[in-house]
Ligand binder design. Structure first.
Ligand code: G1P
Ligand code: ZN
Length: 543
């Protein structure tokens, strides 16, 4: 086996401050592109000599070949051990768990999350640090610097490692340890939740559908929900991961998980429905005839988590991203625990979780999690819901109604304008930014602006500062508009408009969210002229 040093040149594509690289699969497959970025990760973390890393991905097209390249590069550069999920597979939360449990120097996750997979779709790679979470800015900046200065990458010329056979293999002096991707994660779930109570629920005839969307959570959900908790075979649908996710878009929302939505809204709907995304970190929660918004799910979980053994001591605090609805804030206030408002992106929760300031955290974009790992965790959210339902013995719709009666309802929706002209989108936000100081006191229909600003965040633990995190307009009574551009879109710009209204009166909480938000939606258009700047008369996606 020979070690080869390839001369190379800087690569384009990584955005500074993002914890990884997400691109068209074809780009990753161009000669040396993947190798270059992997080398930049290795250089950015100070080399891999003597280190142990976790490696796995969501099984999308190119996952298998990319894993082999990464192993050869790690071996050539002196890594001691790579812990790899069998077949090169690991869900993102399971990778986070392995990094932590095995005390490794971090890990590499191959995924483009909820984006479609396939030769013409998306691929991605990111580095997580030893705490199990996405690399913080200081590390991603070093990786980014490396992409601008890289001159060489180093790789071993060798045959593929057998990633199907569990156990240890040697690759040029480095140990490749192939592990079952589910076992450690399932053990962690068994520690957190009352599996006997959930088994009892299923034994009593409780019915469920979990849509794995042809993605990574299939094997995890089958093992835990069907084999361990005793739900009947077939409870997990679309359970076999496929390289192109069955040609679908593995994003667990009412638009992309329509098959499950139709089942849950149909006349023979099961008691409970859930879905997870490509790499297993997002979740969608449904009841019979009921859709639970991610913001409401976070609030319900915060209110009831103490019913699960892993959280029986109560929560240290909760955290939500700024655009997520304030529903969880009301729970925190009532429980007298801290509530943190962070910029969009899971990495901002890491320091709060590490410092023990927050136990649960979540984002409106279907991400919910806790301090058990340092990523959001789709299946964990589903199991926490199941544990709560097993204790409460009431339908999901009634859980929601009781929650809203106690805390009030935060009507909420996000409107996305996808692949719009980036220049025009920025002009729109520049105009709005300039208007912010003059907005307070102005009225739009029945709504009067109480405050308007551009969100900036100082991390209360490490003091790091993040500016420019979204424009927000607050109205008297708790309604709110937030606008920001997506940091994860791959074509043009994606404008996200987040709309919220608070309704404390239980007798007025039954309305459809879009109808209930009509005045807030009209105010957003009146203030920002969205139609004019985007050239669209309606959003592409409403969640
Ligand atoms: C989106 C979500 C955000 C999430 C991120 C990664 O980012 O809005 O909450 O953390 O994906 O899953 P955005 O495209 O809005 O920048
Ligand atoms: Zn994901």
């Amino acid at each position: 086996m020979t070690i080869t040093t390839h001369q190379t040149t800087p690569i384009e594509g990584q955005k500074p401050g993002t914890s990884g690289l997400r691109k068209k699969t074809r780009t990753f497959m161009e000669p040396h592109y993947l190798e270059n970025f992997v080398q930049c990760i290795f250089d950015g973390i100070g080399g891999v000599a003597g280190k142990t890393l976790v490696l796995g991905g969501d099984g999308r097209y190119f996952n298998d070949r990319a894993a082999q390249v990464i192993l050869r590069m790690a071996a050539a550069q002196g890594a001691a051990r790579m812990i790899v999920g069998q077949g090169g597979l690991l869900s993102t939360p399971a990778a986070s768990n392995l990094i932590r449990k095995r005390g490794t120097d971090g890990g590499i996750i191959l995924s483009a999350s909820h984006n479609p997979g396939g030769p013409e779709e998306d691929f991605g790679i990111k580095f997580n640090t030893p705490n199990g979470g996405p690399a913080p800015e200081e590390v991603t900046n070093r990786i980014f610097e490396a992409t601008r200065t890289i001159e060489r990458y180093i790789i071993l010329e060798a045959h593929d490692v057998d990633l199907e056979t569990l156990g240890e293999h040697d690759l040029g002096g480095m140990t490749v340890e192939v592990v079952d991707p589910v076992t450690d994660y399932a053990a962690l779930m068994a520690e957190l939740f009352d599996f006997d109570a959930i088994s009892g629920l299923f034994a009593g005839g409780f019915t469920m559908r979990f849509d794995a969307m042809h993605a990574i959570t299939g094997p995890y959900a089958r093992r835990i929900i069907e084999e361990t908790l005793g739900a009947p075979a077939g409870t997990v649908m679309n359970a076999t991961p496929s390289p192109d996710f069955g040609g679908g878009h593995p994003d667990p929302n009412p638009v992309w998980a329509k098959e499950l939505m139709d089942i849950m809204m149909g006349k023979d709907a099961p008691d409970f429905g859930a879905a997870s995304d490509g790499d297993g970190d997002r979740n969608m929660i449904l009841g019979r005839g009921a859709y639970v918004t991610p913001s409401d799910s976070l609030a319900v979980l915060a209110a009831q988590a103490h019913l699960a053994p892993g959280y029986s001591a109560g929560l240290a605090g909760v955290a939500r991203s700024m655009p997520t609805s304030a529903a969880v804030d009301r729970v925190a206030a009532k429980k007298g625990i801290a509530c943190y408002e962070t910029p969009t992106g899971w990495k901002y929760f890491g320091s709060l979780l590490d410092a023990g300031r927050a136990t649960l955290c979540g984002e409106e974009s279907a991400g919910t999690g806790s301090d058990h790992v340092r990523e959001k965790d789709g299946l964990w959210a589903v199991l926490l819901w199941l544990n709560i339902l097993a204790v409460k013995q009431i339908p999901v719709a009634r859980m929601l109604a009781e929650h809203w009666a106690e805390y009030g309802r935060n009507y909420y929706s996000r409107h996305d304008y996808e692949a719009v002209d980036a220049g025009r989108a920025n002009e729109m936000l520049d105009r709005l930014r300039a208007m912010l100081p003059d907005l307070p006191g102005k009225s739009f229909g029945p709504l009067t602006v109480s405050a308007a600003d551009e969100f900036a965040y100082t991390d209360p633990v490490d003091g790091s500062y993040a500016a420019g995190q979204g424009l927000r307009i607050l109205f008297e009574g708790g309604s709110r508009i937030v606008m920001r551009l997506s940091g994860t879109g791959t074509v043009g710009a994606t404008l996200r408009v987040y709309l919220e209204r608070y309704e404390p009166d239980p007798d007025k909480q039954a309305e459809d969210a879009q109808a209930a938000l009509a005045e807030v939606i009209a105010a957003a258009e009146a203030i920002a002229h969205i139609a004019e700047y985007t050239g669209r008369d309606a959003p592409d996606v409403k969640t």
